[in-house]
Design a protein around this ligand. Structure first.
Ligand code: ATP
Ligand code: MG
Length: 580
């Protein structure tokens, strides 16, 4: 798909609006072109000493045409803007949907700020451009053609001179256009960098202030800004130079036309009215051509933006649903099997994070994963959710290889509670159901109560309608964890993965969470990643990971009783830690 094809495909559904716009544009072109004709009639009538009422009639017609021209202008602008924004809003939507569907590897490589600039900056410049292109540029071009035709009708030689002049000016413009593309692209990219940098810094405001890194952050920000400034300056200088040259050219063109007109007047070929008409038409081509040239700046931006949008659409998720995908069993616990799974993150393909990991878990059993930080526990969780795909080996859930599972069924049957819980700036109801709806309010309240959040819920000013997350009520880390549990209970999956927060919660909250885990494990298969070994008291099996390898795997009770097992040793260390 190319950028022009992208645009036409988005304009196609709006054919009636496009037609209305074209009609308005034609009128908006025809009316101003009538002005000089009326002026000539007026001047020649006056010079010939025609009666006053005739002159007044011509003047009134001139006024009506001028007013009509303005009115049509307004209508055409309205249609153009509306069209531009309805089509590009659709594009924004499609783009966001596309980005959300892309692999996590993609999201790892692009900051949210950069993607915001893609969806908002690039598409907005496209919308601006469309609005202006559809109206100003197209209208200006029509006006140019109309003027040339009318001047040709007066005198072929003068018309020829005008065409030659416009051709020279046009060629120069095209030259400049090609020259400014790289500068325009660099400018857009530098701006995206600034946005990305800013977003990242603002998101990390708490850490940055706590660590006193503000100076360093500001210095980096200054550097990024300086690059953006240089890119912008280079591009503005190029575009500005183009404008100056065109202005000078037009002054020369008008002077030439006046000289020619006077010569034709002297030898009696033209009336004074015709000289005035030619003078007016010559000054009239100046504005549309300047406008077209000015729009070339926008055209650069829009073309660069459109190209990046097309590029973004061309990136395909690698993790997709196959045509004959099957659904997981819709109820009951799901068994899990990792078969010789080797995995490396796409950002670092040579450095495997998991090596031939084989683990299996019968339906309804629970597995505790332990291992040092960085040993690959969360990575296994991501593979079970098919956020990434194993490089070698396979992952089966409910007896189905994840590569052939329907994504919707995987999302509803396998759920995870992660280390950092994402709350949205939405009401509690939407935060609990993740905007899915269709869940009974009473059930939500009872689940919150079961999890020990009853008192917290009662304190909320507007119950389930209370807005949480950014801009809403603050939620503590422990409450957020429990809310994440509530989400899982409401979704009722067959496999849960708990990736426990390593940060310590207060003992009362820990008790609540342990109770929640207990309830979670009943009737479900579970993988529990725990930093606190006490969280593992209720799992059936234990697997110990070390540098991406399973170094120990067996029933918890057996391993705990064996003083030489790694798990046994971990337990002893943990107990002596508590004792000391
Ligand atoms: P923790 O106990 O600290 O949560 P973990 O056992 O969950 O650690 P993982 O998050 O699975 O560890 O990470 C395993 C390895 O993979 C680490 O070396 C880490 O640096 C690397 N890693 C994790 N996420 C990514 C990523 N998105 N891209 C590249 N490498 C990653
Ligand atoms: Mg982890």
């Amino acid at each position: 798909m190319t950028a022009p094809r992208l645009l036409t495909s988005y304009l196609r559904p709006h054919r009636p609006a496009v037609t209305a716009l074209v009609v308005a544009l034609l009128l908006a072109t025809a009316l101003p072109l009538m002005g000089p004709q009326l002026l000539r009639r007026f001047v020649d009538q006056a010079a010939a000493g025609r009666p006053l009422n005739l002159l007044v009639g011509t003047a009134a017609l001139y006024l009506a045409v001028a007013l009509g021209g303005q009115l049509v202008n307004v209508v055409a602008t309205y249609f153009a803007s509306r069209l531009a924004w309805t089509t590009t809003n659709q594009l924004r939507e499609d783009l966001v949907e596309h980005i959300l569907g892309l692999d996590l590897a993609f999201h790892g490589e692009h900051t949210p700020g950069e993607l915001i600039e893609r969806v908002d900056g690039d598409v907005t410049s496209l919308a601006d451009f469309l609005a202006r292109f559809l109206f100003q540029v197209l209208g200006s071009l029509l006006l140019l053609v109309g003027t040339v035709v009318l001047v040709l009708r007066e005198d072929l030689r003068i018309g020829g001179a005008l065409i030659a002049f416009l051709a020279v000016a046009g060629t120069m413009v095209v030259r400049f256009q090609q020259m400014t593309v790289p500068a325009a692209t660099a400018e857009r990219e530098a701006t995206a960098q600034v946005m990305g940098n800013l977003e990242e810094r603002l998101a990390g405001a708490e850490e940055i202030r706590a660590l006193g890194a503000a100076d360093h952050v500001l210095r980096r920000f200054q550097e990024v800004n300086a690059t953006a400034y240089r890119a912008n300056f280079a591009w503005e200088v190029q575009a500005g130079g183009l404008l100056v040259i065109t202005n000078v050219m037009f002054a020369l063109g008008t002077a030439l036309m006046l000289v020619l007109g006077i010569v034709f007047l002297r030898n009696g070929a033209f009336t004074i009215g015709t000289v005035l008409l030619l003078f007016q038409y010559t000054t009239m081509v100046r504005r549309p051509l300047e406008q077209v040239i000015q729009q070339f700046k926008e055209l650069q931006k829009a073309a660069a933006g459109a190209a990046r949008v097309v590029q973004l659409f061309a990136i395909r998720p690698t993790i997709v649903e196959v045509a004959d995908a099957v659904a997981l069993p819709s109820a009951g616990a799901l068994d899990v099997a990792l078969e010789r799974v080797t995995f490396a993150y796409p950002s670092d393909p040579d450095d495997a994070v998991l090596h031939e990991v084989s683990l299996s878990l019968d339906a309804g059993r629970s597995l505790g994963l332990v291992g040092r930080t960085g040993s690959g526990k969360s990575t296994i969780a991501r593979l079970l959710l098919r956020l990434y795909e194993s490089t070698e080996g396979g992952v089966r859930v409910g007896g189905v290889d994840l590569r052939s599972v329907q994504s919707a069924s995987l999302r509803s049957r396998v759920q995870m509670v992660t280390q950092d819980v994402q709350l949205f700036a939405a009401d509690l109801r939407d935060n609990l159901t993740l905007f899915a709806g269709g869940v009974d309010d009473g059930r939500m309240v009872s689940v919150l109560g079961d999890l020990g959040l009853g008192e917290w819920f009662a304190s909320l000013p507007e119950g389930l309608d209370t807005v949480l997350g950014p801009g809403g009520s603050g939620v503590s880390a422990g409450e957020a964890q429990l809310l994440a549990f509530a989400r899982v209970f409401l979704a009722d999956p067959g496999l849960v993965i708990l990736d426990e927060a390593s940060s310590r919660l207060d003992p009362a909250t820990e008790v609540l969470i342990d109770q929640a885990v207990d309830r979670m494990l009943a009737g479900r298969t579970a993988v529990v990643i725990a930093h606190r070994l006490s969280s593992l008291e209720r799992v059936d099996d234990i697997a110990v990971l070390d540098h991406g390898r399973v170094v120990e795997h067996g029933p918890r009770s057996v391993l705990a009783a064996d003083p030489d097992s790694r798990f046994g040793r971990l337990l002893r260390v943990a107990r002596s830690g508590v004792a000391s």
